[in-house]
Write a protein that binds this ligand. Structure first.
Ligand code: NAP
Length: 324
């Protein structure tokens, strides 16, 4: 089958570690199901993997990709839940210390086929496009848990999203505005800020700009570059939910004094559980939310898709399609 996979690891030049070519069709273990993928979006995770973050030399070659939707051998149209617990684990799989995402231990979704545990298949709602369905498993699930499970906000509250153009950021804006939250964003780029406003954000600010008033919660995925601004932007008692650190995990100041003095809550958030994945799919379908897609390309052009993601000027998800 055709696949985009990590053949090597390269911290400084991740694209040099990417190969797009033939891999053996997967075997289907007991209790797992094969999915013939129709669409799978890229995530920053795929670039981290090529850099050797969360992926060891001993696991190579590894098919990349954590998002995906497709058709099972018996003809069901499904969206994949990509957080795979260790054997015997029960309950919230994100709390399993030995859980993995597809493409960390088991081959991922940037391929014509993937295998997943049978209970990790969520029915694709009627009428939802493949492109849209193929965007939901990672950034969108992460955004859903950040906002609705971890932020402690209610409709009418103001939520600041650090970064405008990324997969997590655009999902946060679309989910939050659909749920009646007032969503503010920052961006390094004025045009991406304006695009976020078109998408449903109430206002956009330059990265680091002082806000006109403090907010109830901040959604962090940028890390070091925006950490102090996140702490300074919160009301007393407010919440930072952090799911990533694209710009590094060692901010110049940890801001410990402000965190305890303002009684802030700092909550780590990773992916989501299977019940959250089901609720996300229902919510997106019922609200008619269309995840913003930057570009859709056939799987064979995966290198161009990775180049666009690595350049950092995309807005929304980059999707690879297979089949007809
Ligand atoms: N914990 C989890 O389960 C989980 C799940 C998904 C993602 N993540 C992590 O979350 C992060 C975002 O993921 P993604 O897929 O959304 O990535 P992405 O699509 O590459 O998004 C990058 C975002 O970061 C902003 N950004 C990047 N560098 C910045 C800098 N130096 N200063 C200010 N803003 C910067 C960009 O905003 P502008 O360009 O608009 O300024 C953009 O919104 C990644 O680190 C990823 O690994 C974690």
């Amino acid at each position: 089958m055709l696949a985009a996979y990590a053949a090597r690891l390269d911290r400084n030049d991740p694209l040099s570690a990417l190969e797009v070519g033939e891999r053996p069709d997967p075997e289907v273990p007991d209790g797992w199901a094969r999915v013939h993928l129709r669409a799978a979006a890229l995530n920053r995770h795929d670039l981290w993997s090529l850099q050797g973050v969360g992926l060891g030399e001993d696991k190579l070659p590894m098919v990349l990709g954590c998002d995906g939707a497709g058709v099972t051998d018996d003809g069901r149209e499904v969206i994949l839940h990509s957080v795979i617990p260790s054997p015997g684990w029960s309950g919230d799989e994100t709390l399993d210390p030995r859980r993995t995402l597809l493409s960390e231990l088991y081959d991922g979704t940037l391929a014509e086929q993937v295998v997943v545990p049978t209970n990790h298949l969520v029915p694709k709602p009627d009428g939802m496009s493949w492109e849209l369905a193929g965007c939901l498993s990672t950034a969108w699930l992460t955004a859903y848990r950040m906002l609705f499970s971890n932020a402690g906000v209610s409709p009418g509250d103001t939520v600041l999203v650090q970064g405008a153009g990324g997969g997590v950021s655009t999902a946060l804006v679309q989910l939050g505005s659909a749920a009646g939250l007032r969503m503010w964003v920052t961006s390094r780029d004025e045009a991406r800020g304006a695009q976020a406003v078109e998408l449903g954000a109430d206002r956009a600010f330059a990265s680091g700009e002082r806000l006109p008033e403090r907010v109830n919660a901040v959604m962090e995925s940028v890390g070091a570059a925006t950490w102090s601004h996140s702490v300074n932007s919160l009301n007393p008692g407010g919440t930072i939910v952090i799911c990533g650190a694209t710009s590094g995990d060692a901010p110049e100041k940890a801001e410990l004094t402000k965190i305890f003095f303002k009684q802030l809550r700092v909550i780590g958030s990773t992916m989501g559980s299977l019940p959250e994945m089901r609720r996300l799919v229902d919510f997106v379908a019922r609200e008619g939310i269309s995840p913003v897609i930057d570009q859709t390309l056939p799987l064979g052009q995966a290198r161009a898709a990775f180049e666009r993601l690595a350049a950092g000027d995309s807005f929304g998800k980059i999707v690879l399609t297979t089949g007809d």
